[in-house]
Design a protein around this ligand. Structure first.
Ligand SMILES: *Cc1c(COP(=O)(O)O)cnc(C)c1O
Length: 355
């Protein structure tokens, strides 16, 4: 190793799902929404013509923050926006997890948490899910420097009822508790309902899944004014202009079309419930996901082999090479047509295991 190499920060990065290119493929591997964004979003693309991109964007993203405040019934001092929720979560690790005590999160969860903890040198302890992949709120009643978990959890899709979320928040009033709600719009009520009671709670959501805007990169956090100010102070110490102007304008436009949002979310939930029936009929089992994906396993078909076979058919799903997960596939809920292609293939593929 040369001397200059010794000073390089070495990290093991998060591995995002593949983004294969091409037409006729069925992409069910990164939990994107199969429907296009609201026409109200596309309508505002017009505004980007002319000279508007010549100038820096509003560093406070005021239009987007205002639209979020109205949508969620919160003051603007309770909302922070970022470049996708990954940006919001990374800044939250940097801002709130700054103690010698370990941060707590589930052993099976969004694998980025571990990456951020290591990048920022935050000590952490992972807590095992139960035999059914559930988070046990009682495990989170111990000394810590912060708590973070997704609800619904990833990649299981399991949604924890709000009273259990509240048990974790209530039992940890000396730390910041972050609930990562990337999939909550497909599930139950948001922990945002608890914000009035707990100043140490931060609820993070994204436009990437339920609002069909993964490519735009918009995420946000809701919390007490004290938490939001701390996040803003860190952000302004890093880069004032994180959110580009198109993201601010188009993100606000998406919030203006509640009817389209509800309709597409409902459609995905209906497809998800039908997909559960189909998977069950084919012999798969899975946690009862409330998200826009299913985490499925088959008693006879080996997951990795099936993953490769699907890929040869240009059907992409997600495979995790990790203990307890390596015989499962995470399948994003696509359109009914996409799901039909998947099930037609699975029926053929599984014939060799029947009888
Ligand atoms: C998708 C996802 C995110 C990040 O999404 P962004 O596109 O960065 O908003 C965060 N947490 C979980 C659990 C996710 O699945």
């Amino acid at each position: 190793m040369r001397r200059w190499e010794e000073a390089i920060r070495c990290v093991t990065p998060y591995e995002p799902g593949e983004q294969p290119k091409g037409e006729d493929l069925v992409k069910l591997n990164t939990n994107e929404n199969p429907y296009p964004p609201s026409p109200a979003v596309i309508a505002r693309l017009e505004e980007l013509k002319g000279g508007i991109l010549r100038k820096y964007p509003d560093p406070a993203s005021a239009e987007l923050v205002k639209a979020l405040g109205e949508r969620y019934g919160l003051g603007e001092d309770r909302i922070f926006v970022g470049v996708g929720s990954d940006d919001v979560l990374a800044l939250s690790f940097l801002t709130f997890f700054n103690s010698q005590r370990p941060v707590l999160f589930p052993d099976i969860t969004y694998s980025f948490y571990k990456v951020w903890a290591e990048l920022f040198g935050v000590p952490y302890v992972t807590l095992a899910l139960d035999g059914e992949f559930g988070i046990r709120p009682e495990d989170y009643q111990r000394e810590n420097g912060g708590v973070i978990f997704p609800n619904p959890n990833a990649p299981t899709g399991l949604y924890m009822p709000l009273d259990e979320v509240e048990r974790i928040v209530a039992g940890n009033q000396d730390s910041v508790v972050i609930v990562d709600e990337a999939y909550v719009d497909f599930a139950g009520p948001s922990a945002a309902a608890l914000l009035g009671k707990y100043e140490n709670l931060l609820v993070v959501q994204t436009f990437s899944k339920s609002r069909s805007l993964a490519g735009l990169r918009v995420g946000f956090a809701m919390g007490s004014p004290r938490l939001i100010k701390a996040l803003n102070d860190v952000k302004y110490s890093f880069n004032s202009y994180t959110m580009n102007l198109p993201a601010q304008i188009l993100g606000a436009a998406s919030l203006g079309d509640e009817a389209y949002f509800q309709e597409t979310v409902d459609r995905i939930k209906e497809t998800r419930e039908r997909a559960k029936e189909r998977f069950r009929g084919l012999g798969f089992s899975f946690p009862d996901s409330q998200a826009n994906f299913l985490f499925v396993t088959h008693p006879r078909a080996e997951a990795k082999e099936l993953f490769e076979a699907l890929k040869r058919e240009r059907i992409y799903v997600r495979y995790f090479h990790a203990p307890r997960l390596d015989n499962y596939l995470r399948v994003t809920i696509g359109t009914d047509g996409e799901m039909e292609k998947l099930f037609e293939f699975l029926e053929r593929y599984l014939e060799k295991y029947s009888g």
